[in-house]
Design a protein around this ligand. Sequence first.
Ligand code: GTP
Ligand code: MG
Length: 318
Amino acid sequence: MSSRKKLLLMGRSGSGKSSMRSIIFLNYSAFDTRRLGATIDVEHSHLRFLGNMTLNLWDCGGQDVFMDNYFSSQKDHIFKMVQVLIHVFDVESKSIKKDMEIFVKSLTNLQKFSPDAKIFILLHKMDLVQIDKRDELFSMMMEKLQNISNPFQFKLVGFPTSIWDESLYKAWSQIVCSLIPNMNLFNNNLIKFNQILDAEEIILFEKTTFLVISSTSSIKQQKQPDLQDEETLDPKRFEKISNIIKTYKQSISKLRTNFHNLVIRGSNGTHFYIDILTDNLFIMIVLKDKQLTDSTYVSSHEELVVLENIKAARKWFE
Ligand code: GTP
Ligand code: MG
């Protein structure tokens, strides 16, 4: 059964709504967003996601003349049957009072027409803020927004974002995962798969957006969660991979080609396999060379075994 999810992208004009939509769903690079014009009224996109899910993205142009309509003559049309509201704030905005006014109007209408909607706040264009000031600014703004929304029943989930780094992927992975009904199935099957593979890490990515859907750590790590890896792992590694692979896919699509799978042999005996798992998913497997005898024979044999195992696991994820 196919399920449709309505996502509202709201926020003042120039806050970056269409930019993020184009990067995540339309394969734009951050540079490409400079040529986007202001959105006129609402731009709809219908995106197939994980096979039977359709994301209906309503990118609502943020100029005052359009906003006024959303909150008056169009309010039931805009705010009914919404699953997720993504409210984007430009952290460098010079008119915070007006930004807050719009936010309160959105909450008021959402409470009336879609009281069960989830709300995500993106404090966007963080690249424009000095690095050592970002955490403080984020906490301060979230506290302010939480106070404003106290009279409503919504719980806010916020992310600092920028189109110039991987933060956008972290936010959008979590937004999209909040809409997937059978998340546990993905997680459980990944754990089951890793009991066979004994990999350091396995990650599932949605095929067109490369957003992270699920991941599992090594069995050793799962049994002893306090166990520290010798080299502490980068907590942003998943969204960094999304960003890197997406950029790589854009580059090779200019050569009119696409990749099916990719094997990277790290110098420290770590091997990375990225392969198509199903019509909707890519899988990434991180393996450490157990024998540390990195002969070509061992590597190409391992490669075949891993790729065969991925083929065999396909049915679990379809
Ligand atoms: P309306 O359609 O009028 O509502 O505006 P919008 O919210 O869709 O803004 P849009 O995505 O068109 O972005 C406006 C400008 O902001 C573009 O020139 C983008 O390149 C720029 N921009 C978007 N995101 C970021 C970001 O994270 N950092 C910086 N520095 N600029 C950004
Ligand atoms: Mg726009």
